[in-house]
Structures are given as C-alpha cells and as structure tokens.
Design a protein around this ligand. Structure first.
Ligand code: 5GP
Length: 115
C-alpha cells in the first residue's frame, strides 16, 4: 500500500481491529501488528505529523505528551522496573516505514543494545 500512513488514521478512528491500549484527545497507543518483543506498542499523535523533523515550537507539547504516555503505558504494562526502549525512526536512514510520526515502546525481555 502506497499511503501506509492512512492505516494509522483508521486505527485512531477505531476503524480497524487493532487493540488500542490507551487513547485521549491528543494521542493513541496501540499494539504493533508485528511485535519485535513481548511488549511492542506504538504511540502516535491524533493529528498528523509526518516525521520527527516536523516537531516544532507549535506542536512540541504533543511530542512531550507522547513521551509521557509511552512511560505511562510502560508502567501499566508492568515493564517499567525491568526497563524498555522508546524508539523513533526517522526517514530512510532511520528505517521509518510509515510516514506518520510514531514512538515504539518495546520491552518485556532483555533487548539487544543498538550500540
Ligand atoms: P517504522 O519502521 O515506520 O518505525 O515502524 C512501523 C511499525 O508499524 C512497524 O513496527 C510495523 O510492524 C507497524 N505496522 C505496520 N502496519 C501496521 C498496521 O496496519 N497495524 C499496526 N498495528 N501496526 C502496523
């Protein structure tokens, strides 16, 4: 599918069977379709932001809220004490496949170090 980011809009609007684990007026958090760890949640803004390059003075509070909710979900999922990673991929070199800003919250097992 060319416009893969449209699926995220559908998830926000509850037009798919994707399990939403948290939603408020600013963000939506849901299970990744292809989990890379026992816990793999994506956190996205409800209003479209394409990449982390598009975070600016006006919308930076949305980004802060995404981070806050990622940590809240980690606590709710009881992975916060053992630990987790929060990852944002940006564009081609960062491995961003879906052009809709999203944070990956991954945990539930010992994760490989990137560096
Ligand atoms: P990226 O590589 O863009 O940072 O990550 C995209 C993520 O979205 C991947 O982990 C992929 O498994 C997930 N994903 C792709 N399509 C869907 C979908 O239709 N539903 C859900 N829940 N996750 C998706």
């Amino acid at each position: 599918m060319k416009n893969k980011h449209l699926i995220f809009k559908k998830i926000i609007n509850k037009e798919t069977s994707t399990k939403i684990v948290y939603q408020d007026e600013i963000v939506t958090a849901f299970e990744d379709i292809s989990p890379k760890a026992p816990i793999h949640i994506l956190i996205i803004p409800n209003t479209f932001i394409k990449t982390s390059n598009d975070i600016n003075e006006k919308n930076k509070n949305i980004f802060a809220h995404m981070f806050y909710i990622a940590v809240k979900v980690a606590k709710d999922k009881k992975i916060s004490e053992d630990g987790y990673k929060i990852i944002i991929n940006c564009n081609k070199n960062g491995g961003q496949e879906i052009n809709y800003l999203h944070m990956h919250l991954v945990g539930g097992e010992k994760l490989k170090a990137l560096y």
